[in-house]
Design a protein around this ligand. Structure first.
Ligand SMILES: Cc1cc2nc3c(=O)[nH]c(=O)nc-3n(C[C@H](O)[C@H](O)[C@H](O)COP(=O)(O)OP(=O)(O)OC[C@H]3O[C@@H](n4cnc5c(N)ncnc54)[C@H](O)[C@@H]3O)c2cc1C
Length: 481
């Protein structure tokens, strides 16, 4: 899989890595396991980039030693945990891949002298592992929609998901971290609050590798969750109805996000993901039912899976629809609302078979980190580098290039063109895009670093990068500073 590695490359790779410290697991292209380890979620990424080698540290010392060796030998590195980067920034042909998957412990820890607890999450842990471990303690914490995504990459990039409106973004959950810098030092954010601020939204390799994160946890709630599927012909009505509901202000217990996609064998549909957090009171349960009735009334419901469950159980079902082992193309744009014009653009460009639009909506606590009854210093939104606190939607336009309907070159171009054309229609022609976007979703050239982090934020991030990583040891990482 992924094509042959040119012989000239194999020789160069052997030279560069000849002094690699003994005892740390490293897989060279000649090793049969190399080909399995370098596989990424997006097969387009696997097929495009052939890492010099895959390094798989088993503990923090191995990680620190490997990173220090590569940085001082001038060998570029990429970081790989869940392998889900949407824009192929997790592998490069000129770089060693630091594979974090062995560093995947999840622990629940009692804070000293208090009854409170937090979780310590390894830099290679997947959301699925985090949620399953916390569930065993009756706890949870926000995570993304896709449970095979790496937790650190999700949270340190911002972190949208079903629990965000109630508890805050992924970045808001980070209480502390330990980071391996390119010099091989292990820095704790307790010793550098500026690093803590930066990791909350811009921590994807610019300052080093996140060894572990300390994050907030909450009693695990029951939820009322499931899919409401409407015919695509009613897209205008359903998306317009969602927007009206958001305009009136929906409670933070509700995360009603949407997607347009083929549902079943190539039947285009609008899918609303209904997710209501039950807080145990009768009033909240009744309100949840009221909102469910409102959402069901958005159009003609052709499928309805809403029931009482947990977020993890819901996402495990959703996972069965995730396009694994597929090569795909992804575009993203953020907008302030589902205006009539935007809905017209979407309705005029139905997602072809094998394509989706995912619509994340930021409301409730996603827009404010000023809770703040905890003592993490986060009494306003300046506690996080992530600062997209205006009401907005993040649109992801995903085209599966390996979909059975699009295996020919012409078919591949057609499905990719759909995503490109809709993105350009929204951004350039209709001028509906916000200046900022969600970098984890978006290709670098569509990201405006100042619009996302602000001028002062960019200056602080650059100063910190200069302190910890002046040689840009991880050239594929983002934000690009
Ligand atoms: C199917 C799918 C669904 C998604 N759903 C959501 C969602 O609901 N909400 C949302 O907010 N995002 C979502 N994302 C985006 C996802 O959160 C980001 O792409 C995230 O960075 C992926 O992390 P990973 O470890 O899985 O990926 P990888 O490809 O392994 O890592 C991506 C990048 O993150 C950085 N990184 C990862 N681990 C570390 C670490 N330990 N230390 C330093 N840097 C690190 C590196 O720069 C790395 O290149 C989704 C992506 C996919 C493919």
């Amino acid at each position: 899989m992924g094509g042959d590695i040119p012989e000239s490359r194999a020789g160069a790779e052997a030279d560069i890595l000849s002094g690699f410290p003994a005892g740390i697991p490293i897989y060279h292209p000649s090793d049969p396991k190399f080909h399995e380890l370098r596989l990424l979620f997006n097969l387009a990424s696997t097929n495009t980039a052939h890492p010099l080698a895959v390094v798989r540290p088993r503990d923090e010392q191995e990680l620190a030693t490997a990173v220090k060796f590569c940085a001082s030998a001038g060998v570029p590195m990429t970081i790989r945990a869940g392998g889900h980067d949407l824009q192929m920034r997790n592998a490069r042909s000129d770089a060693v891949m630091i594979d974090m998957r062995e560093l995947d412990t999840v622990r629940v820890v009692e804070d000293d002298g208090t009854q409170r607890r937090h979780a310590v999450i390894g830099g290679g842990s997947l959301i699925r592992h985090v949620w399953r471990t916390l569930e065993a303690h009756g706890l949870t914490t926000p995570g993304g929609w896709c449970i095979s995504v790496g937790y650190a990459g999700w949270a340190a990039g911002g972190g949208y998901g079903l629990l965000g409106s109630y508890y805050g973004a992924g970045a808001d959950q980070i209480l502390g971290a330990r980071v391996v810098t390119p010099r091989g030092e292990i820095v704790d954010t307790d010793d550098d609050p500026e690093l803590l601020w930066a990791l909350r939204g811009a921590g994807l390799g610019n300052f080093g590798v996140v060894l572990e994160l300390r994050v907030k946890v909450y009693p695990q709630p029951r939820v009322l969750a499931g899919l409401l599927v409407f015919p695509f012909a009613e897209a205008r009505q359903v998306l317009g109805g969602l927007e009206d509901m958001y305009d009136q202000g929906i409670p933070s217990a509700l995360a009603a996000e949407a997607s347009t996609r083929d549902f079943g064998p190539a039947v285009p549909a609008v899918v609303v993901f209904f997710h209501w957090i039950l807080d145990g009171t009768e009033q909240n349960a009744a309100e949840g039912q009221e909102y469910l009735a409102k959402y069901r009334a958005l159009g003609t419901v052709v499928a309805d899976t809403v029931s009482q469950t947990t977020t993890l159980a819901f996402c495990e079902v959703m996972d069965t629809t995730t396009p694994y082992n597929t090569s795909f193309y992804f575009e993203s744009v953020s907008v302030s609302g589902l205006s009539d014009e935007l809905i017209d653009a979407i309705a005029a460009s139905p997602a072809p078979e094998g394509a989706y639009i995912v619509i994340h909506h930021a409301h409730g606590k996603m827009l404010a980190n000023n809770d703040d009854d905890d003592d993490d210093g986060g009494d306003d939104n300046t506690a996080t580098a992530y600062c997209l606190r205006d009401r907005h939607y993040v649109l992801g336009l995903l085209a599966c290039r390996d979909h059975p309907g699009f295996t020919s070159e012409e078919g591949t171009a057609r499905i990719q063109n759909w995503a490109e054309a809709l993105n350009r229609e929204i951004r350039d022609r209709r001028k509906l895009a916000l200046g900022h976007c969600y970098w984890s979703f978006t290709k670098n050239e569509d990201c405006d670093v100042v619009a996302i982090y602000g001028e002062e934020g960019v200056a602080r991030l650059r100063a910190l990068k200069n302190k910890y990583n002046p040689g840009n040891a991880f050239p594929g990482c983002y934000p690009v500073l």
